[in-house]
Design a protein. Sequence first.
Length: 258
Amino acid sequence: MNLELAGKTALVTGSTAGIGLAIATRLAGEGADVIVNGRTEERVSKAMAASGAAHGLVADLASEGGFRLCMERFPKIDILVNNLGIFEAKPFGDIPDADWRRFFEVNVLSGVRLCRHYLAPMLEQNWGRIVFISSESGLQIPTEMIHYGMSKTAQLAVSRGLAETTAGSAVTVNAVLPGPTKSEGVTAFVDQMAKEGGQGRDEVEKAFFRNVRPTSILQRFIAPDEIAAVVAFVCSPLAAAINGTSLKADGGVVRSIA
C-alpha cells in the first residue's frame, strides 16, 4: 500500500531506539523526510544510519532549551509523533513529588510544547498529523507504576482536546496505545529478570503475561515494527477519517469492545 507520505516532513521524538526508531524507519521507508531525535550525538547518528532518516536533532525535548533548539532548526513540519517517554516500576508509596513532576514533564509537557508550536502552521496549510504514543496503561492504570499510567491518560486527554480544535480541517490528532512492547527498556528488564531467576527469556515472558498482563490475547511482547505500521497508517493521508481517536494496538490487553 502506498501511504502517500513522500515529501512529508516528520519529527519523531525519542527515536533512537525501540518504538520511536521503528516509527522513524517506517516513515522514512514510505518516503517521508524524517527527523530523528535523541539526547546524544552518538545515538542520533546511529539512528539516522539505521532508519534512513533525513535529519538528526540532538536535543532533550523534555526541556525548554531542547524545545527552543527544535523550533530554531525545524520551524515547520507536516507530521509530529510524540513518542518521547519514560517508565519505571515503583510502589505508589515510594513515588516522591519529584518523580510525579518528572513523568509529567517528559511524557506530557514535552508533547504539549511541540503541539503548541506546530499545530497552528498545520491548520494554516490545512494538512497535518499529530500522533501521541500513549499506552494501554493509560486505560488500565498499572498498580506497579501509577505515575506512568497517569501520564499516559493525560496524553489521551490532550490528544482528544486538540483534535476538537481541528474541526473542518485536514489536520488530525490521534493517540496510539501500544501494549507491552519489546522496547529497549523492556528487553533490559527481561534480561535482568532472566539472570536473577536463572531462567530463559521465553520463560520470563510467559510468566509476565501469565501474572502481570493476563488479559493479553497476543500473549507475547509486541514488536516495535508492529506498532510502527499502525502509526505510519495514522500519519497517512489515507487515514483522513481517523481523528480524535485512541487507537489500541495492545494485543488485546484492554478488555473493551470500543
